[in-house]
Write a protein that binds this ligand. Structure first.
Ligand code: 5GP
Length: 184
């Protein structure tokens, strides 16, 4: 059996990666979305094992040291990582796997999976990104400031990614992602 395709979706926090991925899974329920681990505390409504595996720092560091993550990064004061074993198992069965991760992690995946398709999601403008980050009302002001600072660095790296999509109109962005995923 042909191994499955690995798709990495990256871009700054607030750009709408999560919304795009959710809609993508509704359009194509057969896609497998990796559930990440994080040391960030759950936001209201987030579910363990569905949104993230929520870990304390020592547990995360233990898993990291044991090589359990395909990639991991520290982002705005918290660790995030992609559990390796679930991905390997899905790819082995020919499944297309989606990772929704930040820049450092996307770079790491590029090293270990050079054949992965890497898509960078851009906001229509920096002002719009700021508006979206504040508008979703999920984070404290200090967290928003850290995310905006990090967003500048992430946007500066967008050229590293062969496929870039501006998330202005949701349907247009979804169509563009769909084209990339199914163009193998
Ligand atoms: P949030 O705290 O808003 O859920 O996520 C913050 C950032 O971490 C987002 O850009 C998100 O895509 C990214 N992220 C989520 N899971 C992972 C992961 O497993 N690895 C890495 N490197 N980034 C992740």
């Amino acid at each position: 059996m042909q191994p499955g395709q690995l798709i990495v979706i990256t871009g700054p926090s607030g750009v709408g990666k999560g919304t795009l991925v959710r809609h993508l899974l509704t359009r194509f329920p057969n896609l497998y979305l990796s559930v990440s681990a994080t040391t960030r505390p759950p936001r209201p409504g987030e579910i363990e094992g569905e949104d993230y595996y929520f870990l304390d720092r020592p547990s995360f560091e233990e898993k990291m040291a044991a090589g359990e993550f395909l990639e991991s990064a520290e982002y705005a004061g918290n660790y995030y990582g992609t559990p390796q074993s679930a991905i390997a198992a899905q790819l082995a069965t020919g499944q297309t796997v989606i990772l929704e991760i930040e820049l450092e992690g996307a770079r790491q995946v590029c090293q270990s999976f050079p054949e992965a398709r890497r898509i960078f999601i851009l906001p229509p403008s920096f002002e719009e990104l700021e508006r979206r980050l504040r508008g979703r009302g999920k984070d404290a002001e200090t967290a928003i400031a850290r995310r905006l600072e990090r967003a500048q660095e992430e946007l500066a790296a967008s050229e590293e990614f062969p496929d870039q999509i501006v998330n202005d109109d949701l349907e247009t962005a979804l169509d563009a992602i769909e084209k990339i995923i199914f163009s193998r």
